[in-house]
Design a protein. Structure first.
Length: 80
């Protein structure tokens, strides 16, 4: 999973260096996903959103988002 905004400790440790020293994506565990999308500790109002889309901006295919989602997307949606 790659998270662009906001950058936190979770997003900076999400990639692991490979033998060449480059950062590569890895699959997050369910516990890591739950921590990344956890409810905030404060009682302040907040909003959490997540979506997938195609290059042309479509958010569905044949009335469902599953056709444009990958396994990682489905894991995140399931965690939410």
């Amino acid at each position: 999973m790659r998270s662009l905004f906001p950058v936190t400790d979770l997003t900076t440790t999400a990639a692991a260096p490979d033998p060449s020293g480059l950062l590569t994506d890895r699959e997050w565990s369910l516990d890591e996903l739950a921590d990344a999308y956890a409810y905030p500790a404060t009682g302040d109002p907040w909003l959490r959103a997540n979506m997938v889309s195609t290059l042309d901006g479509a958010a569905q295919h044949d009335g469902r988002s599953q056709g444009i989602s990958c396994a990682a997307d489905m894991r995140i949606f399931g965690t939410l």
